[in-house]
Design a protein around this ligand. Structure first.
Ligand code: WT7
Length: 678
């Protein structure tokens, strides 16, 4: 079915009547204003925040997207002085007077484990932990690595960094010790904050052991981690009961986990907190100072340390959260993303907190104890705004409707999707089954680099089409470009690029200007090229078609083929490899690896298992390939470039390869089809 025949879903009436933006007319007027008068538009919004010094209207935003003229720069509100932690905590307690409002409900992996924390309590914890960080000698501009499960202390740690102007670099808790070690070293973070462990379904993960491995790998390449602060989460707590502030039931303690302890370097979070004062002034920051670094895959294989600013990021994530989730005071919002990803930074922590929202955070997985878990959480907390990824929706769809419908979901109003294109089947199931046909679906397109939503419906305004991210958010000006850089007007398909920055856009790749330019600004001078393709239909709706660079999207995790190939290069039996994406029913895409073996090596079950395991251990479990195929040789052009287009067709078994005349040796194709694995 083509997009032109797809049904259009009008915004649900009950959402529309009270929405911040109530119609397409409203949206279009506001959008026009944001494009024609960006300074006034964003200045008005900025004024609703707390500033030590309000940014002036003059030079409110300056930028250059053309690197041949002068260096790429992106600046917003640069003479403003503020503090993000103050705005998401102190302002809620002292100005909005919502100190007693629950900031976070914590839902443990075990349904019996839960707790909650109010804004005032969280502020106290953050002040205490900021004092702990100070006592380790940390100050403004230093980097701290955070490797933690989804627990309240993770929020405390990141906000304490923000309070002091320390740049946090959070690494997703599923990454391996190698990946973590590389990221610690790249940011030269002398302090790491971690936890003893976490439960994910029936698996107990030894987080501290991974952190130790990462610290060791740093040491062996000459970088010393001075302090490791460990949150006691799964091991028995000698201070149990004393932490009354946090109303914490905590996780069932276990003695099944063991790790080493290096006195002097390793300290327990609760020991440090018990000695810390709960008064801590904020460090006032320049608007353009960095707030955090977050690593994302780069198509060259080297992870990119995406750097976000203080003020622009704060204003943008708060505004997108308000409009896209149509924030209301009594909302209970549940975003299933891990804080270790940008979705967690922007839409678990900073965006909702800047609005004073009540959120649920969840330690576990959607299938434990059974596949009803998300909907049990929705029922338990009366969640009305829910945000998850297409891969989760597709995975849950497989188990049938009953797991959903047996839970009370009458509180639900808005259902968000993020991470990859959502196919119309998943969209319709989300809408019809999860939302019982009453909810607005918001398919939000954005990236680690963009800080917040770029292309998204507004729930009270935008008529939606299943699978389309619809229209740009305020201040965002997308264009479609042809391969040779011409703007495609009206209906058509091309590279998705952006003409100007919005406040929440990244400012840099940490200490790597040339990678910054080559990744985003080189191919189409004057534009930010995001690496995705998109199509505009006859009604002007945008449809994201997926990555057009050498990146894969596995269950919403962006993985670079080059990075996997560089891991495979370490395998003793492999001389060369090429990795491509293969469509996968649940994960969206999965990895299909072609490997050329050294002379005399045998391609068998053991070898395949060892290759899969290598990627799992060196990168992360989510990067584990689904298919390994032997390739006596790879299809290459005469200049030696691997033709991935052909490999993608072999992976899916499509023999309509088309023109192969640029291949150095056309006979390899037959051989590849013969050795294809299903
Ligand atoms: C890539 C960015 C944004 C937070 C999570 C991922 C893909 C993301 C959508 C969507 C189609 C999407 C793109 C993008 N993507 N959301 N709604 N529709 N594609 O952040 O790891 O930086 O990945 O995810 O390919 O470039 P990320």
């Amino acid at each position: 079915m083509s997009s032109e025949e797809i049904d259009i879903y009008q915004p649900p009436h009950h959402i529309q009547t009270n929405a911040h933006c109530k119609s397409m007319r409203d949206y279009e007027a506001m959008y026009k204003d944001s494009i024609e008068n960006p300074t006034d538009f964003w200045h008005k919004i900025a004024q609703t925040f707390y500033w030590k010094k309000l940014p002036s209207l003059e030079n409110f935003s300056t930028y250059n997207f053309n690197s041949s003229r002068s260096p790429i720069t992106i600046k917003w509100m640069s003479d403003g002085i503020t503090n993000v932690c103050y705005n998401v905590l102190d302002r809620n307690v002292y100005e909005r007077k919502i100190g007693d409002k629950v900031a976070f409900y914590w839902e443990g992996n075990d349904p019996k484990d839960s707790s909650k924390i109010t804004y005032a309590e969280l502020l106290k914890e953050v002040c205490k932990f900021a004092n702990v960080l100070k006592s380790k000698g940390l100050t403004r501009g230093d980097r701290v690595a955070i490797y933690m499960p989804m627990i309240v202390e993770l929020l405390v740690a990141m906000l304490a960094c923000a309070r002091l102007g320390i740049i946090h670099s959070i690494v997703f808790g599923g990454y391996s010790k190698e990946s973590l070690g590389n990221r610690i070293q790249a940011a030269r973070a002398a302090v790491i904050i971690t936890a003893d462990g976490t439960w994910r379904g029936d698996k107990l993960l030894n987080i501290k052991e991974v952190a130790d491995g990462a610290i060791d790998s740093c040491a062996s390449s000459g970088f010393k981690v001075e302090h490791c602060i460990v949150v006691r989460h799964v091991t028995a707590n000698h201070n149990a009961g004393e932490n009354a502030d946090m109303d914490k039931i905590g996780c069932r303690p276990t003695n099944k986990i063991q790790f080493s302890w290096q006195a002097g370097r390793d300290v327990w979070y609760d020991d440090e907190m018990s000695r810390a004062s709960d008064i801590c002034d904020v460090q006032w920051m320049d608007a353009e100072d960095p707030l955090f670094i977050l690593y994302t895959s780069g198509s060259t294989g080297r992870p990119k340390g995406i750097m976000h600013s203080q003020a622009g990021y704060m204003v943008y994530v708060a505004t997108t959260f308000k409009y896209v989730f149509d924030y209301k005071e009594d909302d209970v919002y549940f975003c299933t993303a891990d804080i270790g990803w940008i979705t967690g930074h922007s839409y678990v922590c900073y965006g909702p907190m800047a609005n004073g929202a009540t959120s649920v955070i969840f330690e576990g997985v959607p299938f434990f104890p059974d596949s009803s878990r998300y909907w049990q959480i929705v029922e338990k907390y009366k969640v009305n705004k829910f945000y998850t990824a297409p891969t989760a929706i597709r995975a849950l769809m497989k188990f049938g409707d009953d797991f959903v419908t047996r839970c009370d979901r009458s509180s639900l109003e808005i259902l968000g999707s993020v991470g990859e294109p959502i196919n119309s089947e998943a969209w319709l199931w989300y809408h019809n089954v999860v939302g019982a046909g009453r909810c607005a679906i918001v398919d939000t397109f954005w990236q680690t680099e963009t800080g917040g939503h770029l292309i998204t419906p507004l729930p009270g305004a935008t008529p939606t089409k299943p699978g389309s991210a619809t229209f740009p958010f305020f201040g965002v000006e997308p264009v479609l470009l042809s391969e040779d850089g011409h703007v495609i007007e009206g209906q058509g398909e091309g590279h998705l690029a952006f003409k100007r920055p919005w406040p929440g856009m990244m400012r840099a790749i940490y200490e790597n200007y040339s990678q910054f330019v080559s990744s985003y600004f080189k191919k189409f001078p004057g534009y930010y090229a995001c690496g995705d393709g998109a199509r505009r239909d006859k009604d002007g709706y945008l449809w994201i078609t997926g990555r057009i660079d050498d990146m894969l999207n596995v269950s919403g995790h962006l993985i670079s083929t080059a990075e996997v190939e560089s891991v495979l290069a370490h395998h003793p039996s492999i001389i060369e490899s090429a990795v491509v994406a293969k469509p996968h029913k649940v994960k969206g895409e999965c990895l299909y690896c072609f490997v050329t073996l050294k002379n005399g090596e045998k391609f068998d079950k053991e070898l395949v298992a060892s290759i899969k395991n290598l990627v799992r251990v060196k990168m992360a479990p989510f990067a584990q390939p689904d298919y390994i195929q032997e390739a006596p040789s790879l299809p290459k052009t005469r200049s030696g470039k691997i033709m991935r287009r052909i490999l993608r067709m072999v992976a899916v078994g499509d023999r309509n390869i088309g023109d192969t005349s640029t291949l150095a040796d056309e006979s390899v194709i037959e051989e590849l089809f013969r050795l294809r694995v299903e």
